[in-house]
Design a protein around this ligand. Structure first.
Ligand SMILES: NC(=O)c1ccc[n+]([C@@H]2O[C@H](COP(=O)([O-])OP(=O)(O)OC[C@H]3O[C@@H](n4cnc5c(N)ncnc54)[C@H](OP(=O)(O)O)[C@@H]3O)[C@@H](O)[C@H]2O)c1
Length: 254
């Protein structure tokens, strides 16, 4: 019988967009499991500082790195900074996202590229640059959303970017598996984070999601973090290239 453990003691994790919302919940969960954790953020230093404190309370090392994941040069600097501090990487969580919420026909070239660059364009350079630090194998988890497989009003650019992200996960999964690297995604239903404030119909989305979800409640950041931890643990070692949906059954209802 295998003696598997959820402990991540001695590991180093990087969570992009780890200062707030779902990323923060994942960062804290990894810290609780014993991993040192670097979080990335862009605009809100205070939120990053708060998360650093919460990580350190778990008795592990924490580091905040400011970088725009939509810019390749920024990604390179972020990984170099991580390398200087920790000298290795075991777990990469690609969570940061942004995007323009508008009907498809109102999207400009700038809106499209902004959304694609941050949500779909980040994982490849991030993985390429992080790979030399993953000398002992590792785990990559990207955070996606149901817009990748469903049509949601105002969500054309973000939905398309998440579909590209999930496809990239599958392609990376077959290339990286021989290197001992597990690559998967988690896809969440509606989660009440700051991101929802940007939806013009936030209240309707929340009410409708609660009503339609078989479990009768919204998905929480912790629900997503629990599955991310599972994907970072040896309990999921034969899961490769998958997108695991965490939505209380919302997406299976006809
Ligand atoms: N909320 C939902 O309902 C929901 C549902 C499904 C999937 N998701 C996915 O879950 C992930 C996290 O979403 P969330 O709701 O937790 O968002 P959030 O609360 O708005 O947090 C976003 C995080 O990403 C960072 N960030 C944004 N743009 C960045 C950039 N260009 N470079 C680096 N960091 C950047 C932010 O840092 P600063 O604050 O410093 O800018 C912050 O830490 C996203 O991939 C999202 O698509 C969310």
């Amino acid at each position: 019988m295998e003696n598997l453990s959820l402990s991540l003691k001695g590991k180093v994790s990087l969570v992009t967009g780890g200062s707030r919302g779902i990323g923060r919940a994942i960062a804290i969960k990894l810290a609780q499991a014993g991993s040192d954790v670097a979080i990335n953020y862009l605009r809100h230093r205070e939120a990053a500082d708060e998360t650093i404190k919460l990580i350190e309370q778990q008795g592990v090392k924490a580091l905040a790195i400011r970088a725009n994941v939509g810019e390749h040069e920024n990604i390179h600097h972020m990984i170099d900074h991580l390398n200087n501090e920790f000298g290795r990487l075991d777990i990469l969580i690609s969570n940061a996202a942004s995007g323009v919420l508008k009907p498809a026909l109102e999207l400009t070239e700038r809106h499209w590229h902004w959304t694609m660059d941050i949500n779909a364009g980040t994982l490849l350079p991030l993985t390429q640059h992080a790979l030399p630090l993953m000398k002992n194998g590792g785990t990559i988890v990207a955070v996606s959303s149901l817009g990748s497989i469903r049509a949601i009003p105002n969500y054309a650019a973000v939905g398309a970017s998440k579909a590209a992200l999930e496809s990239l996960i599958r392609h990376l999964a077959i290339e990286l598996a021989p290197m001992g690297i597990k690559v998967n995604a988690v896809s969440a239903g509606t989660v009440e984070t700051d991101a929802l404030k940007y939806f013009p119909n936030r209240e309707d989305i929340i009410e409708e999601s609660k009503k339609r979800t078989p479990t009768g409640r919204l998905t929480t950041p912790e629900d997503v973090a629990n599955v991310a931890l599972y994907l970072c643990s040896p309990f999921s070692n034969q899961i490769q290239g998958q997108t695991i949906v965490i939505d209380g059954g919302y997406s299976i209802v006809a």
